[in-house]
Design a protein around this ligand. Structure first.
Ligand code: SF4
Length: 347
């Protein structure tokens, strides 16, 4: 696949190239990266990228990016890193992809490595902040502190690349207050996008041993949904895109315990609708007719119709309403709610 016209409204193709655990100075307590396949070798990057792109619909009309995931890309030993960068930059120069991105640890971000990545065609760098609470980071054996994340975020922004930040609600030692402070601190770094991955216990990890010894209790699904909804609402209010909530389904992942759900993002958005519907019903009484964008109807009804089963509202479509808004039909004032209106009701 070469060149092509990029049509922004089509979702980008992000080709994951797994460099499983490469560059990591140690293993974090929750990390299961060693359960995955061996890292893709530099010589195979081009093959992996071409095969992935050719399996996608309308690839020549979409933005195409290589994403080095699953390790600490900027921490990879310099000769090996150069080989990855050389292979990927050829794919940028020849128009196979439009750019490159990677995930990495905040303490392994330096001006020098960012310069080298940008020269090779990097457009984004994502850092695993996980928490901005040093006691939580220490309990998770992350090996870096919150100030490393602030410093790395500043360097990435200065480099001109987009900044992504990953957060893991429910790490050891985190409570609601600590999580709220993490959201405040991450917002101050002005990321372009974030991902929220509630902590789950994977087989073979140090966290599994703590869990089995009764020294770690994961969040239950309800609390994980609420913490993620709080983050989702705060980031959305600030104009920051939440790219993902919850781990993607994977056959390779062996989850022992924790708030995993295959439709986690849906649960969060449905919970937002339930809170909005509840506020409007309290305001206007029942029976009440609620309107949403046609694309958001299943979120209003809730997972397995839980929302409508519990609140017993009537519903209809309104395609002039943006998705995510809930409006009380015929209400003259204060009848329309969106995410930012429910922040104070979540946690
Ligand atoms: S830095 Fe990321 S990939 Fe490396 S051990 Fe920690 S969680 Fe796993």
């Amino acid at each position: 696949m070469q060149g092509g016209i990029e049509i922004p409204e089509l979702s980008p193709i992000v080709v994951p190239v797994f460099v499983s655990h490469l560059g990591c100075p140690h293993r974090c307590v929750f990390c299961d990266q060693t359960q995955f396949a061996d890292p893709v070798a530099p010589k195979d990057v081009s093959k992996v990228v071409s095969a992935f792109i050719s399996s996608c619909r309308e690839p020549h009309r979409r933005r195409r990016l290589i994403a080095f995931y699953g390790g600490s890309f900027t921490g990879i030993e310099s000769r090996l890193l150069e080989r990855y960068l050389d292979e990927a930059s050829v794919l940028v120069k020849t128009g196979v992809v439009h750019g490159i991105k990677a995930s990495t640890r905040p303490d392994l971000v330096t001006p020098e490595v960012l310069d080298r990545c940008r020269d090779a065609g990097f457009v984004e760098m994502e850092i695993g902040a996980q928490s901005m609470d040093d006691s939580v980071l220490q309990a998770s054996r992350r090996g870096h502190c919150a100030s490393d994340t602030v410093r790395a975020a500043g360097l990435i922004r200065t480099s001109g690349m987009k900044l992504g930040i990953q957060i893991m609600p429910g790490l050891p030692g985190e409570d609601r207050e600590s999580f709220r402070r993490t959201i405040d601190d991450v917002l101050r770094m002005k990321p372009d996008h974030v991902r929220l991955y509630p902590t789950v216990v994977m087989r073979g990890t140090a966290l599994e041993r703590r869990y089995r010894a009764g020294k770690y209790a994961p969040l239950d699904l309800e609390e994980a949904v609420l913490r993620c909804l709080y983050g989702y609402a705060r980031f959305s209010e600030a104009g920051c895109t939440v790219l993902r909530m919850g781990l993607p389904p994977s056959r390779d992942r062996d989850i022992v315990a924790g708030p995993y759900h295959p439709s986690f993002g849906f649960l969060v958005r449905a919970r937002a609708c339930r809170i909005m519907a509840g506020i409007l019903m309290e305001r206007f009484g029942s029976p009440l007719e609620l309107e949403v964008n046609p694309a958001g109807i299943s979120e209003l009804l809730g997972y397995r119709n839980e929302n409508i089963g519990e609140l017993r509202f009537i519903y209809s479509f309104n395609d002039r309403l943006p998705r995510g808004y809930v409006q009380a039909r015929n209400a003259v004032e204060r009848g329309c709610l969106q995410l930012k209106d429910i922040i104070e009701y979540i946690l």
